[in-house]
Design a protein around this ligand. Sequence first.
Ligand code: NAD
Length: 269
Amino acid sequence: MSPNIAKKQRFIGKTAIITGAGSGIGRATAIQMAREGANVALFDLVNERTSVLEQKLNKLRKDCALAIDVDTSDAERMEEAVRRTIEHFGSLDVVFANAGINGAVGPIEELSLSDWERTMSVNLTGTFLTLKYTIPHLKDKGKGSIIITSSINGNTRFTSFGWSPYSTTKAGQVAFAKMAALELAKFKIRVNVICPGAISTNIDETTEFNEDVEEIVIPIEFPEGAQPLADGPGKAENVADLVSFLASDESIHITGAQIVIDGAESLLS
Ligand code: NAD
């Protein structure tokens, strides 16, 4: 987090739901928003990781964090997790639909139906359910900000061979975000979608490579400096800065925007 942002207190009295909060981009965003005064509901599969973060944040500010063990692709559990959040914190202002997996990577004919459906269900259905169950609470509040984590893959980059399920979900999230932005504008609920390039997180643990992927790769020689601005992957905190801006009233006139955050990586590939 940059020092001038650290001094801001943009979220006092606000509550945010952050999915995928136990690691990477979600975790960095939860820490930043809590430091700036937010109450944060930490939605993640891995209860232990989110519990540790919950304790850390509650030491930072008493009772500001609530960890909830939930699979974002499970409708019943998501509905219950949102209900618990409202019961605990009273209302909702910000939703960060961020949980995602890389999933199965391989030639299309080698992917099983369940490979395909798993990536769809976590990345795309999970995003749908996150919005479905939180929108009524943002409407109750009379305004709100939703941010969805997509990717440069499927939007500005198509050279990650074998990543067709992942890229399809990431393109779908952008269309969904723009549809939602128009649908919700009259309720003063903003919806923006971010497209990160490579960011140092634990996401690679979720990649399931099919060895036949080598057969479909078209060799591409990348120029030196694949992330020209940073000379390497970005940090989760860089993305958290962007999400916090979109969550705050500093971006009050921004909705339906698709924002690439990749250090110019996708301009080269
Ligand atoms: P990460 O693996 O470090 O964190 C993702 C978190 O989501 C994990 O804690 C994981 O347990 C959780 N999660 C996964 N499936 C879930 C489910 N069904 N229900 C609840 N929680 C679930 O990865 P990250 O890089 O921080 O990923 C966050 C988002 O950023 C993802 O949507 C990913 O596609 C996107 N993204 C990441 C990169 C990158 O290079 N890291 C680039 C572009 C987009």
